[in-house]
Design a protein around this ligand. Structure first.
Ligand code: C2E
Ligand code: MG
Ligand code: MG
Length: 687
């Protein structure tokens, strides 16, 4: 086994990446599934292990050859002193021989090392040095005149045998051959030495014992070295396995299992890196949020497997696109992705955001059941990039991208929007509002006003609509058109909504100040698990029955008809609460909502009434009224501001009206006072 077998083994080394064991690739080391520990004795054949051992042993022998021979030669030459003492007459020859053999051996070895000779040649040089060292000294020594001294001095031949077996780390074969040659020479010398039979027998036995003993120790040493090698190999492999497993686990903990993209944890870390580069080095970057439009609908229609496939397609396409921009992409949540890219020019960011949008659109994945006239999968994209004003908070850029995404959705989806700090929807004002909403209830900044709803036929007040009001800490009023979207975006609407229902019950219903109150409820509330249960709790606590409440649902931004919304609506109906459709005709989804939900009343948006000054507008209003009537819902027209409009509503046979002409929104105290004066339930006719 030489350099070739070493090389041959190199390709099979279990610590090399491509190593194959019994047909199994060692890539299993990188697998994430728990792997049993790798025992080289079981996994590798004895031959393979031997080959590996010899390869490793060769390297060690190679390293040991030079110091070994130098020490041996030094000792060999030092024995010149004993030559001078024991065989002074031939010492000149023996010493010359010592120097000649020693120097020759060292020169040959150094030359071999320099030329990179194979280890076996180095071994041969050392073995030859032992044999010739012995012969080189033996021959002139045997010529000595003092035969007795010579006879005893010959015994030192065993030292050469010992050095072959114990001093040098030859392979077992080379050790045995070398020591056998020395033994043979010793026997030849023993035969010819002029000494008694007893001497010859004693030393003959001594030589063979010495040979047997040192050969045995050599064999044991080799075996021990082999075991040490096996244990070390096992330890190395286990260490490598543990490292690989650690790496695999780390990879897993940072990868989204579905799309293979980085997961939120990993991308958050990356975001921190981008951020610190921006803070320290001024390297700007863009954060882009991507949300697959109507994805829940897609899942509902095509099933979760198709949904997964859709996300994988989108992830792959975006990943390919982002490579061109040298950015990073990760899955941020369900159907939301995030892209980070080093760029801080508005045009560049806008171009990338638009490219993302078009990439998803170009996939042309069928999504036929969305209700906005598009029949393929699209995405809404919100982008923000580092600006001087971005401030020192990392979260801010994500908030800004989130707000831009919200605007993209509000603009009808399948479009990209860039965060614009000058836009009131995105401005710091909205940030302030979000903070204000958090403390609004505790600080008494929020209140309700009530606008009457009149029954057209009887002229009586049927109900009132609760409208939320918010004032700032300095008392300035904030219009609902500003704070309701912020409350919906931040989730504050959930608490505000519960507060509104509780307040309506406490202010007007518990003491029968009015018969019915309609409360505006955002689809976000309906989508939140447990909403119907929380309403039931409020009813239970206040002792108000559900049939005194109506919930007005507006087809707003969250127009996607979620199955959770339908479930929630049916639960609310079980509580006796009536469901009204608000602002009908202003969104995309109104008609499908009409089909899916059995609304008690449909409120026709005031814009239709206000447009009916033209024949076209009048026809439109009539068409809408006919449509709603044919579906069997009660009709309420909003925004009635004049007597003419009231008369028109009568002509059209409208059920209920609401508007400034009927009554402006006023605080609860107005209704409580009326009751106090009239001492009768709130039902009276107007004009
Ligand atoms: P909405 O539910 O359609 O409420 C009717 C809006 O029209 C109210 O505006 C009301 O003041 C206004 N209005 C009533 N009569 C007339 C009229 O004759 N002419 C004109 N020009 N306007 C009239 P407001 O109070 O500013 O509320 C705006 C919207 O904010 C509401 O529209 C509703 O969608 C939302 N909102 C108000 N309170 C709440 C609430 O408690 N929860 C939720 N989720 N949304 C609310
Ligand atoms: Mg309303
Ligand atoms: Mg309305």
């Amino acid at each position: 086994m030489g350099a070739e077998s070493g090389k041959e083994f190199e390709a099979q080394n279990p610590l090399q990446p491509g190593f194959i064991v019994n047909g199994r690739a060692s890539s299993r080391l990188a697998d994430t599934a728990p792997v049993e520990s790798f025992d080289p004795r079981q996994e590798l054949g004895a031959d393979e292990l031997r080959i590996l051992y010899h390869t490793e042993a060769q390297a060690k022998r190679r390293k040991d050859a030079r110091p070994g021979l130098w020490i041996a030669v030094a000792i060999y030459v030092l024995f010149s002193v004993s030559d001078l003492m024991l065989i002074p007459d031939v010492a000149a020859y023996t010493i010359t021989a010592r120097f000649a053999v020693g120097l020759t051996a060292l020169l040959v070895l150094e030359a071999q090392l320099r030329r990179g000779a194979a280890t076996k040649w180095l071994d041969l040089t050392c073995a030859a040095a032992i044999i010739f060292g012995y012969i080189g000294w033996l021959y002139p020594a045997s010529m000595g005149a003092d035969r007795e001294s010579v006879a005893y001095y010959m015994v030192f031949g065993t030292i050469f045998m010992m050095s072959a077996n114990l001093f040098f780390t030859f392979s077992f074969k080379v050790s045995i051959i070398t020591s056998t040659i020395i033994l043979c020479i010793l026997y030849v010398v023993n035969y010819f030495v002029p000494a008694s039979m007893t001497y010859k027998m004693v030393f003959g036995t001594f030589y063979v014992s010495c040979f047997t003993f040192t050969s045995y120790v050599n064999w044991k040493l080799n075996e021990e070295r082999y075991n040490v090698f096996l244990n070390a190999l096992e330890a190395k492999i286990q260490h490598k396995e543990a490292t690989e497993r650690g790496k695999a686990l780390l990879r897993l903990s940072r990868t989204d299992p579905l799309t293979g993209l980085e997961n939120r944890r990993a991308i958050d870390e990356k975001l921190r890196d981008y951020w610190s580069d921006w803070q320290k080095l001024g390297n700007g970057f863009a954060a882009i949020l991507i949300d697959v439009d109507f994805f829940k609908k897609f899942n509902d229609c095509y099933g979760h497997q198709e949904g997964d496939r859709c996300l994988i397609h989108v992830a792959n396409a975006l990943s390919d696109l982002i490579k061109n921009y040298n950015g990073s992409i990760g899955r941020y949540g369900g159907e939301e992705f995030i892209v980070l890219a080093r760029m801080d020019k508005k045009d560049q960011v806008a171009e990338l955001a638009e490219a993302i949008c078009r990439t998803v659109e170009n996939l042309a994945l069928t999504h036929e059941l969305r209700r906005d006239g598009i029949s393929i999968v699209t995405a809404s994209v919100g982008a923000a990039f580092t600006r001087k004003q971005t401030g020192a908070k990392l979260e801010k850029i994500i908030h800004e991208a989130d707000r831009a995404l919200y605007l993209a959705k509000a603009s009808g989806r399948n479009c990209a929007r860039l965060f614009d700090p000058t836009d009131p929807q995105s401005s710091d004002e909205s940030e302030n509002l979000a903070a204000l909403l958090k403390i609004a209830i505790a600080q008494d900044l929020v209140s309700l006003v009530y606008q009457p709803i009149q029954d057209v036929a009887s002229g009586r007040f049927e109900a009132v609509e609760a409208l939320m009001r918010l004032k700032m800490l300095d008392g300035t009023l904030v219009p609902p058109s500003l704070f309701i979207p912020v409350a919906e975006r931040t989730g504050a609407i959930l608490e505000l909504g519960r507060w509104a229902i509780r307040t309506v019950c406490a202010e007007l219903l518990v003491d029968d100040h009015v018969r019915t109150v309609s409360v505006n409820v955002s689809p976000i509330q309906l989508k939140t698990p447990g909403f119907a249960a929380s309403v039931a709790t409020i009813l239970g606590e206040t002792g108000v029955t559900g049939n005194r409440l109506a919930f007005e649902i507006t087809e707003g931004l969250e127009m996607e008809m979620h199955s959770d919304i339908l479930r929630c609506i049916s639960d609310l109906k079980l509580l006796g609460i009536r469901i009204w459709l608000d602002d009908f005709g202003t969104g995309f989804a109104g008609l499908s909502w009409l089909r899916l939900i059995d609304f008690d009343t449909v409120k026709i948006d005031r814009s239709f009434l206000h447009d009916c000054g033209t024949p076209k507008g009048m026809a439109m209003l009539q068409d809408i009224i006919a449509l709603v009537r044919n579906r069997g819902h009660k009709i309420l027209v909003e925004g009635v501001e004049t007597d003419e409009q009231i008369a028109l509503m009568r002509t059209f046979g409208i059920d209920k009206i609401q508007g400034f002409r009927v009554g402006r929104p006023v605080p609860a105290a107005n209704y409580q006072a009326k009751r106090g004066v009239q001492k009768r339930p709130f039902l009276r006719s107007v004009g």
